[in-house]
Write a protein that binds this ligand. Structure first.
Ligand code: ARG
Ligand code: ZN
Length: 865
């Protein structure tokens, strides 16, 4: 546990209830950057205005720097002081002009927050609190300023100078330097500030908005990467049109630029008019990017673009409201992606993500509501809960309101809060006002953590023709929240006839808002089968007493594609849980259900390929009282083997049919074929077929695209054949100059189900291409290993030691990225005492590390509580 000494050094806890409006406002700021990777001088001129009749000094946030100059109203000023990192200045009047100068060092910035160097270029990342690492400013999202930015830099090294807003002027300076000025007319919080200086080339296009304005679009990358920007540029144009059509949102500046950088702490950043992206969410061509990469690029490009309204025009009052912009924007990007291909498959993928990343968070020591009550380090709250559960909460409101009321309510929200910093409650109030629906109780979704469990039992009295559905909800305690109020759960329901398959009811939307409820259906003459939480209408866990026969039936007959997928998943889960807990299970119902799905000619191939996949090791583990990773692995492999063997002919023909495609195209049908091919190949290998490695290797060699190549590599890397070594070498040599593809090489090995994965991963950590300094690379090995349930938890604790060693090392460079990789260690309560003891010991070792960041301190200490 935390000893007195480290508790003394604990970082301060910031509480939502302590929110106070800003003492000083900054309507305008002018920034002047004398750019150089070693030392950059930043001059900031702030027009400050006292916000009310108070006598408090001006306090400007910094991070480690001391001003080299302070002027007040143009005069040198010596009466300033540092309170920790904060610059404090007493001011007599209500309006003043403050000028400060600082020197910062981009090339020593390994945290990648503030102004930093990546691949020879300079760029910024300010969300959440990086702007204070650039200059002194009230670094909080409710201080909105108009920015003008001047940059001077060496013309040869940094021919391109970009910032937010519109370009104003540029010209030559002395000594081979040049300058540029940009102005952003829209007041914004400082977390949306950005600049880029570099040797970059643009893929350009235009977009004409719905009111007829022409916007210049540019995607900026290294010249050599220009051919890989077509997909992102097309996605941007599609997203701009989609937001006009679906939400009535028009773009508002004359330029919209995106810059791709290789060193980036997360996916991308929505800086006003100048989005900065992790290059993995921009660069794609068939040889280097998988279909999943293409999809993710379109989704992230859309996400960041959509923030222009949900995040920038309307921003957050404080960081506790983060889900106001992130949950809503994820919901928006999910809707966009659903409209680009199969909406059913998109929903399946989103629910899979929620279950893989958010349900465990909600069930563990780091559980928090989508609007948290407190934090030590806000970077730790860019979580699946804020983003993905946040999106589910918006989705539930959209379901409850219906499409027309929801659109009227979002219009109202954008209109009412444009140019302001709003709260989650402001959003909910707009939903109420636009629809006339009272959402008082619904607001528990914002204040309570934890995933509700809903039990559903259906009784049928054949004599009276009455069916009764008994529903009950309960939510387990989470840290700091022992008792939960009932949630409002919008549950889509339908009954089917167990013999005829006929619909016995229409789909209805039932609001479960009490602990229990009974619903009766009359005129039910046939034994009914329950379809519940159709479309995953509420982010809950359903516990039903449906038999495997009923689940099999629904997996073939339900007319809601998600419910159909879900029935198959439940059948698979029940089978695997039985295998683990009872030591044996009947595989026949699953085999039969998968057979029917493969044989159903009416089914979309993209859907069928997802439906026949077994739930992941971790998701099976999540269903157990205590996770036994080896037993889960064995049960899952046994079921895979039986599916592979018993349906061998079907897998072979699915594989052959899917292989008939000609050269690569990125279309829904071609994607579906590639997906089915990889899934079928996996089952062919699982069956133990002698030629499986040859088939995989042939696909690996013949592939004209990364999806097929990586699919084959994954199969080989999970298998026993020596061909995996050959394939890994070929892959490495072919792509040794491409960092994003090398990440796949590391990640595929870190995710392998082979017995030797812990050793392979330890060796890879010493590979010359491995580095903790690049977040993508660190995640591709250390992050992937942490979520490989079997390898990470192999008896003996070597995996735990490996993770802790690397977190401690990474923390010194980049605390934010280190802290993101800690949660697998915090799951110790879910494992046997031997593993739990080893995991806790590593958390304690991390906490005892001198100079630990508050990022890692918060994650590790909460994980031990
Ligand atoms: N706002 C960005 C996005 O979701 C992500 C910023 C993440 N910031 C952080 N400190 N982790 O689009
Ligand atoms: Zn976002």
């Amino acid at each position: 546990m935390i000893d007195a000494q480290s508790a003394l050094a604990s970082p301060a806890v910031i509480r939502r209830e302590d929110y106070q409006p800003p003492d000083w406002l900054v309507p305008d700021i002018a920034l002047d950057f004398d750019l150089d990777p070693a030392t950059t001088r930043v001059t900031a001129v702030l027009d400050v205005v006292r916000s009310s009749a108070h006598g408090r000094p001006l306090r400007l946030d910094g991070d480690g720097q001391v001003p080299t100059k302070v002027l007040v109203d143009g005069n040198p000023h010596n009466d300033w002081r540092m309170d920790g990192d904060t610059l404090e200045i007493d001011l007599p009047g209500s309006e003043h002009r403050i000028e400060t100068e600082v020197a910062i060092h981009p090339d020593r910035n390994t945290q990648l927050m503030g102004l930093y160097a990546s691949g020879g270029n300079l760029c910024t990342q300010c969300e959440a609190e990086g702007f204070r690492r650039i200059t002194f400013f009230p670094d909080r999202p409710d201080v909105l300023a108009r920015y003008s930015v001047r940059m001077t830099a060496d013309r040869k090294r940094f021919p391109v100078l970009l910032a937010n807003g519109d370009p104003i002027a540029s010209g030559d300076a002395e000594d081979g330097r040049h300058w540029a000025e940009w102005r952003d007319p829209f007041p914004k919080p400082c977390y949306l500030f950005a600049l880029v200086a570099g040797d970059l080339s643009a893929n350009r296009a235009t977009f004409t908005t719905m009111s007829g304005r022409e916007v210049q679009l540019g995607i900026w990358v290294r010249a050599a990467d220009l051919p890989k920007t077509e997909h992102a540029l097309a996605a941007l144009q599609t997203a701009m049109a989609w937001d006009e059509r679906v939400y009535g949102r028009e773009y508002d500046l004359d330029v919209f630029n995106i810059v791709a950088v290789d060193d980036f702490n997360f996916g991308a950043m929505e800086n006003k008019g100048l989005n900065i992206f992790n290059s993995r969410y921009i660069l794609a061509d068939p040889d280097t990017a998988t279909d999943a990469d293409y999809d993710a690029i379109a989704a992230v490009v859309a996400h960041e673009y959509f923030h222009n309204w949900s995040g920038n025009r309307v921003t957050c009052r404080d960081w506790f409201q983060l889900s106001l912009k992130e949950g809503f924007t994820v919901f928006r990007d999910q809707g966009f992606s659903a409209d680009q291909g199969s909406a059913a498959v998109k929903r399946i993928e989103d629910v899979r993500t929620l279950r893989a990343a958010q349900f465990p968070e909600d069930a563990g020591p780091l559980a928090h509501p989508i609007r948290p009550d407190s934090y030590m380090e806000i970077s730790n709250f860019y979580t699946a809960t804020i983003y993905n559960k946040g999106a589910e909460v918006i989705r539930m409101m959209a379901t409850i309101l219906g499409p027309d009321s929801f659109r009227a309510s979002t219009d109202l929200y954008f209109d009412r809060y444009d140019g302001t910093a709003a709260t989650c409650d402001d959003f909910v109030r707009c939903m109420e006002f636009g629809s006339g629906i009272d959402l008082t109780q619904f607001r528990h979704w914002y204040s309570q953590a934890g995933t509700p469990r809903v039990s559903a039992a259906l009784d049928h009295d054949a004599g009276s023709g009455r069916a009764t559905l008994r529903l009950a909800q309960r939510t387990a305690p989470t840290p700091g929240q022992p008792d939960k109020e009932p949630f409002v759960l919008p549950l889509k329901l339908k009954l089917f006839g167990g013999e005829t398959g006929a619909a016995l009811s229409n789909e209805q939307l039932f609001m479960l808002d009490r602990p229990t409820a009974d619903i009766t259906f009359d005129g039910v003459t046939e034994r009914p089968v329950l379809s519940i939480n159709r479309g995953f209408s509420a982010p809950v866990i359903i516990e039903s007493d449906r038999s495997s026969a009923d689940l099999k039936f629904l997996s073939a007959h339900d007319d809601d594609p998600f419910a159909r997928y879900e029935a198959m998943q439940q059948l698979m889960l029940d089978t695997l849980v039985a295998a683990v807990t009872l030591g044996r299970a009947d595989h026949e119902p699953v085999i039969d259900a998968v057979r029917r799905t493969l044989e159903d000619p009416a089914l979309d191939r993209a859907f069928a390929a997802e439906a026949v996949l077994l739930p992941s090791d971790s998701f099976v583990g999540d269903q157990l009282e205590m996770v036994d990773p080896e037993a889960v692995f064995r049960a899952r492999e046994a079921l895979r083997r039986d599916l592979g063997k018993h349906l061998a002919g079907l897998w072979r023909s699915a594989y052959a049919n899917a292989s008939q495609a000609g050269t690569f195209v990125y279309s829904p049908a071609a994607k579906a074929a590639r997906r089915m091919r990889s899934v079928a190949l996996g089952y062919i290998a699982a069956s133990g077929a002698e030629d499986a490695a040859d088939v995989a290797f042939a696909q690996f060699e013949a592939a004209d695209n990364m999806t097929d190549r990586q699919g084959a590599l994954t199969t080989l890397v999970n298998g026993k054949s020596d061909k995996r070594i050959a394939a890994l070498d070929i892959f490495y040599n072919r792509y040794s100059g491409d960092a994003l593809v090398l990440d796949k090489w590391f990640q595929t090995q870190a995710l392998s189900m082979r017995d030797d994965t812990p050793q392979v991963v330890a060796d890879l950590a010493r590979h010359p291409d491995f580095s903790l300094a690049n977040p993508n690379r660190a995640r591709s090995l250390v992050g992937a290993f942490g979520v490989n349930q079997r390898a990470f938890h192999m008896a003996g604790g070597a995996g735990y030691r490996f993770l802790a060693d690397h977190l401690i090392a990474l923390d010194k460079l980049n605390p934010q990225t280190a802290a993101k990789l800690l949660p697998p260690l915090g799951r110790w309560r879910r494992f046997d005492p031997a593993r739990a003891t080893l995991m806790k010991a590593e958390l304690e070792r991390i906490l005892a590390t001198p100079g630990l960041s508050k990022d890692l301190f918060e994650q590790a200490s909460k994980s031990l509580e």
